[in-house]
Design a protein around this ligand. Structure first.
Ligand SMILES: Nc1ncnc2c1ncn2[C@@H]1O[C@H](COP(=O)(O)OP(=O)(O)OP(=O)(O)O)[C@@H](O)[C@H]1O
Length: 243
């Protein structure tokens, strides 16, 4: 992002990912520093999840690089300790309880079991710790995903479409949590295609559609001509429809 006084935690440098003939992401370059909440926006199929999977070391770039704290996260033991992530469509073993799920994740991450109760409290799921995940609502599943991402007390938090399935109360809770994490010096990159949900919370924006269309502050995007984020977003992503 444009403020070079903060050392970036996430850096994409010419990152491209092709799946056969599908050019999902083409040469994206931007960085994210601790402090601001950075919204990663783009229409369906724009390549957001592919780019996030790149930073998590879950896929290899066709060209370029994606690094967190200066390194690619390909080693699984590094991945969990640097970046807490909650990706859209993540699966849970539905027959187990929330508490059991988190205990297994603690083992995988080398975290003490005491973190389980702490994160359950952080995401307001303590009362449901012994309920089976298959009985959870979508919002509860989202909270469990976020709890898993928070387990390692990591400096970077990457969240893909966290608003999906959340009611307004859940959404307010989520925004407050992301803000607290960022205010405490965490790095937050949160993807969405739901503009209204996040326009009130993101400080900086990366808007992409295969390539980066905008990377900068929320204020400078909408400020100059007093436009709304939605107007600017459509101008960038669908210039013909915006006319
Ligand atoms: N494993 C894969 N194999 C083939 N094509 C893929 C694969 N993963 C993603 N794609 C394609 O890459 C493009 C970008 O997909 P991606 O999921 O990254 O977009 P997105 O911005 O996250 O979309 P959404 O908001 O709908 O989740 C799409 O055309 C998708 O079909």
């Amino acid at each position: 992002m444009p403020d070079s006084s903060r050392h970036p935690s996430i850096e994409y440098d010419g990152f491209s990912k092709h799946f056969g003939r599908i050019r999902a992401v083409e040469g994206i370059t931007f960085s994210v520093a601790p402090g601001p909440i950075v919204g990663f926006l783009g229409p369906n199929g724009a390549g957001k999840t592919t780019a996030l999977r790149g930073i998590l070391g879950l896929l290899r770039p066709t060209r370029g690089s994606a690094t967190a704290l200066g390194k690619p996260l390909e080693a699984p033991e590094n991945r969990g300790l640097v970046v807490g992530a909650h990706l859209d469509g993540i699966g849970f073993e539905t027959g187990i309880t929330a508490s059991r799920h988190l205990k297994i994740a603690c083992l995988a991450l080398g975290q003490p079991r005491s973190r389980v109760d702490e994160v359950l409290r952080e995401v307001d799921l303590a009362a449901l710790a012994r309920r089976r995940v298959k009985t959870f609502s979508t919002g509860m599943v989202q909270r469990l995903g976020l709890a898993t991402a928070l387990l390692g007390s990591r400096p970077i938090f990457v969240v893909d479409e966290p608003g999906n399935g959340l009611d307004p109360e859940d959404l307010r809770w989520l925004k407050q949590n992301l803000r607290t994490f960022a205010d405490e010096g965490g790095t937050v990159l949160v993807s969405s295609h739901q503009l209204a949900d996040f326009s009130s919370i993101v400080d900086e924006l990366v808007i992409m559609k295969r390539t980066v269309l905008y990377a900068g502050t929320h204020e400078s995007l909408v400020g100059a001509d007093n436009a709304t984020l939605e107007e600017k977003y459509f101008e960038l992503t669908d210039p013909f429809a915006a006319q």
